[in-house]
Design a protein around this ligand. Structure first.
Ligand code: NAI
Length: 336
């Protein structure tokens, strides 16, 4: 019997390519796991499940608690409610944790970038609660609850303490959204004062924060923000360290954790052996760390760092010419 059981959701677009790459690397590194593959997204409908998020997928995660997930496509302006929003809400995955770091060998504007975005994952405008009041008049509801605001703030400060990080910066727009974003910063401030006085804290209006991020990202450490801002700032930050091909993520709740790259299903390059699997592989390493398999994680990290530093076999987004499979093979060849 395997030591671990991991739910694998290949997803849509480039999802199957990058998730099978991640699985191959983890297996080759000696990760002793049984993988339970379940569908989500357009793929689930195509397979005849009649739903983008079938019960069997939710049930598998509830049973085994840990999942590695590929991206899923969400139609723009119409169609079904985002699978990701449903998944995060149904499983209480309230914290999105997205490390943003320079990688040796990946050319970027800045050196020394080492931030972690902590994004509230269950409410805010991103929930997509929208109404048509009358033809030509529509609304979108932004929800903030004290419970969720305090919970995510606590997560960010605790994370800072556990990882020896010095500062939490909250991005907000409380000058305009005085109640919702006002509550977000009030909760962060209170949690910090009452429970984590040793962690530095600052608040920044998000527009100015974005400017400062692209001027000098090294001044930031942990970035705490509500759902939609976290979504947008994640891609901005990915651009600072080499793009969406290299930025991993985790969705963490009290009971379950789902690891996935920041990027989407990239329909423009799907099925062409062009996608960079690294973001998904590093998400896999985050999963290994989460379940205590840090030695295997370190081994994988050393292997992909070596391949990138050599700069001989990398995908096109990193300036190379290798395909998804060849890049993955090169990483596997470096595993010791
Ligand atoms: P995207 O992240 O899929 O792609 C943006 C750009 O980055 C594209 O040019 C794409 O080719 C490139 N890219 C993304 N990942 C890459 C990788 N691993 N290697 C090389 N290049 C990569 O964002 P887009 O196009 O806005 O969204 C496509 C679909 O993905 C939408 O339906 C969206 O809703 C969904 N999406 C799903 C997410 C998830 O499941 N977690 C997250 C973000 C978007």
């Amino acid at each position: 019997m395997s030591k671990h059981t991991i739910v694998l959701i290949p997803g849509d677009g480039i999802g199957p390519e990058v998730s099978s790459a991640a699985r191959r690397v983890l297996d080759a590194a000696g990760f002793d796991a049984q993988w339970i593959e379940v569908p989500a997204g357009a793929t689930a409908v195509e397979q005849g499940h009649g739903n983008v998020l079938p019960d069997l997928t939710i049930d598998a995660i509830k049973q085994h608690r840990i999942a590695l997930k590929g991206p899923v496509t969400t139609p723009v302006g119409k169609g079904f409610k985002s699978v990701n929003v449903q998944l995060r809400q149904k499983l209480g995955l309230y914290a999105a944790v997205r490390p943003v770091r320079n990688m040796a060998g990946v050319k970027t504007w800045f050196d020394g970038v080492d931030m972690v975005i902590v994004r509230e994952n269950t409410e805010g405008l991103y929930s997509g609660i929208e109404n048509e009041i009358t033809p030509g008049v529509v609304t979108s509801l932004k929800v903030a609850t004290e419970t969720a605001c305090k919970r995510i703030a606590r997560y960010a400060f605790k994370y800072a303490l556990q990882r020896n990080r010095r500062k939490v910066t909250v991005f907000h727009k409380a000058n305009i959204m005085k109640l919702t974003d006002g509550m977000f910063i009030a909760c962060a401030k209170l949690v910090r004062e009452q429970e984590f006085p040793g962690v530095d804290y600052e608040e920044m209006i998000i527009d100015a924060g974005c400017m400062k991020l692209v001027q000098d990202p090294t001044r930031f450490d942990i970035l705490l923000m509500e759902n939609l801002y976290g979504d947008l700032v994640s891609d901005l930050c990915a651009g600072l360290v080499g793009g969406l091909g290299v930025t991993p993520g985790a969705n963490i709740g009290e009971d379950y954790a789902v690891f996935e790259a920041v990027h989407g299903s990239a329909p423009d390059i799907a099925g062409q052996n062009k996608a960079n699997p690294l973001a998904m592989i590093i998400s896999g390493v985050m999963m290994l760390n989460h379940i205590g398999e840090t030695a295997i994680g370190e081994k994988i990290k050393a292997a992909y760092n070596a391949v990138i530093a050599e700069a001989k076999t990398t995908t096109r987004d990193l300036g190379g010419t290798a395909g998804t499979r060849e890049f993955t093979d090169a990483i596997i060849a470096k595993l010791k």
